[in-house]
Design a protein around this ligand. Structure first.
Ligand code: B12
Length: 473
């Protein structure tokens, strides 16, 4: 069969910040690439259109899909961009009879509620074992009720086949079919220049309890691939695509000390001269880990600092001691590893005072070289969403229009006396506050060259205008 897998260009919705989005957030869609690899193993012909990487409009995606004449169309969608998946499927439905399948975090969380008429099948949760079964079902018309985790319609009624069991041995999942992606389109700025990269994952699941995190697809139980298979994947990427920079998309790169040490050792033994980056918790790094990662090629690590206010941290269940951030940033500076700290504004318990406390910490800490901010989003299915719905901690959910559930330039909760508009203004000021420190500009210049400075200046001017015209309230 012919299978078309589609990922809409989500940052096209970011208006003026679209260029930033494209530059920093165009990653290979690992989900579609894994499903494609599974389908190819079953002998199918697969095409992936990554509209984000190819900067392709929905209309063009429809045109190319129609020209391919697929037997199945698959689309993926996160909450704030789910409306794009709906638009795309609705347009396709107007011209094609082909079954359209939706999967990903949003449908997994909302199930029937998100199963719009434009979709014929919905995949709830991990699809690695059920997708090939489903393809056989489509090919032979066998009974679908034996395949778990699927929403479908029967006599106009939505049916659900029941929860799917998560894959236990994730070594059994094939490497993503990167040959179906335009691999030269994925670039990321680093302090060592712009790098052509791919993302990679060795684990699924996160054991922690942060109230804002959406963990419904992978759950809390952590499953890991063997370090050897990860290095095999890296080796195949290097030899097939000459790509030498890797972003580990795992929730916690250093959760298991022995694992990360083994992985670093194997990467070094393979002599691939790669660089890599990832994210973890500040209290999950120590000098032995940092030294091993630096030797293996680590050039950047991110931490979710979120807030320095202890009460806000307690409410959000950020169970990381505050002092860990200073220690970890210092350690990474010592090993010349870039360290990015992200903060979140508008969490329950936040006030002007708590946010200013965090900003002041960032402004004055010379150990922290890079930081950025996002506005807290209560994604459905999270504890934060439940709190906002119930009005706990002074929260009020303003809208359930999920297209507004983005992290920049939009806020969907009132937080105590902070209105959504206040939060947007604070976010703009945050950028100014963090980057008014001249010693932070050098990294920006090194990361993206002059163009990045121009883009950053544009963003700064936009922020200043926002403060000038809307800031006095
Ligand atoms: C890497 C990553 C990114 C990258 C790359 C995104 C990309 N191109 O894929 C970047 C940084 C760009 C990013 C951006 C965003 N992300 Co993100 N991201 C992740 C992360 C860490 C890994 C994603 C991944 O590759 N997983 C591996 C694949 C295999 O898993 P999967 O996508 O769930 O796919 C499986 C199933 O869901 C299903 N499936 C998925 N799609 C389909 C399609 C079909 C047809 C079928 C049959 C099955 C199927 O099968 C897959 C295999 O089992 C996850 C957290 C996590 N642990 O998964 C968050 C996560 C997906 N992101 C999230 C969010 C919120 C965002 C943003 C909205 C943030 C923002 N800027 O506003 C954007 C949205 C971008 C978008 N349009 O998808 C949330 C989603 C929550 C939600 N309710 O939707 C997550 C879950 C983080 C979290 N824990 O809260 N993200």
């Amino acid at each position: 069969m012919k299978i078309m897998l589609l990922f809409p260009s989500w940052t096209s919705e970011y208006g003026i910040a679209k260029h930033f989005g494209r530059k920093t957030a165009t990653w290979p869609p690992l989900n579609l690439a894994i499903l494609a690899a599974i389908a190819e193993q079953e002998g199918h012909e697969v095409r992936i259109i990554d509209g984000q990487a190819e900067d392709m409009s929905l209309a063009k995606m429809v045109e190319q899909t129609s020209a391919f004449k697929p037997d199945i169309i698959g689309i993926t969608g996160a909450t704030p961009f789910y409306h794009m998946a709906i638009d795309l499927a609705s347009e396709l439905k107007k011209i094609l009879q082909t079954p359209i399948v939706i999967g990903g975090a949003h449908i997994t969380i909302l199930k029937r509620q998100a199963f719009e008429p434009c979709f014929d099948y919905g995949f709830i949760g991990e699809a690695d074992t059920t997708f090939p079964m489903f393809l056989r079902y489509i090919e032979t018309g066998r009974d679908i009720s034996g395949i778990k985790g699927i929403l479908f319609r029967q006599n106009g009624k939505v049916q659900y086949t029941g929860s799917v069991v998560r894959v236990q041995d994730i070594n059994s999942i094939p490497f993503p079919a990167r040959h179906l992606l335009k691999m030269d389109k994925y670039k990321i700025g680093t302090l060592r220049g712009t790098k052509n990269f791919t993302s990679i994952m060795f684990s699924r699941g996160c054991p922690f309890n942060c109230i804002f995190c959406s963990t419904k697809v992978f759950g809390k139980q952590v499953r890991r691939r063997s370090a050897r298979s990860v290095v095999e994947e890296i080796t195949s990427v290097v030899s097939n695509f000459s790509i030498r920079h890797f972003i580990f998309a795992d929730d916690n790169l250093t959760l298991d000390k022995n694992y990360i040490l083994e992985l670093c050792e194997l990467i070094r033994e393979a002599r691939l001269s790669i660089t890599f980056e990832g994210g973890t918790r500040a209290n999950l790094v120590d000098e032995e880990i940092v030294a091993a990662m630096a030797k293996a090629g680590m050039i950047r690590l991110s931490f979710g600092l979120e807030s320095v206010d202890l009460e806000v941290r307690r409410i959000m269940r950020k169970e990381v001691p505050l002092e860990s951030y200073g220690i970890a940033n210092k350690l990474l500076n010592k090993y010349n590893i870039e360290c990015l700290n992200t903060i979140m504004i508008g969490m329950p318990g936040d006030t002007h005072k708590t946010i200013n406390k965090t900003l002041s910490y960032l402004k004055h800490s010379h150990d922290i070289k890079q930081a950025n901010s996002s506005i807290a989003v209560p994604y459905p299915g999270t504890e934060l969403y439940e709190m906002a719905k119930k009005g706990e901690h002074g929260l009020k959910l303003i809208t359930e229009d999920y297209s507004k559930y983005i992290r920049y330039g939009s806020a969907v909760m009132q937080v105590g006396d902070l209105t959504p508009n206040d939060l947007i203004k604070i976010q703009n000021k945050t950028f100014l506050s963090i980057y008014s420190a001249y010693w932070r500009w050098i990294p920006i210049l090194k990361r993206g060259g002059l163009i990045n400075i121009v883009l950053t200046l544009g963003q700064l001017i936009k922020s200043m205008m926002h403060i000038m015209f809307n800031g006095k309230k």
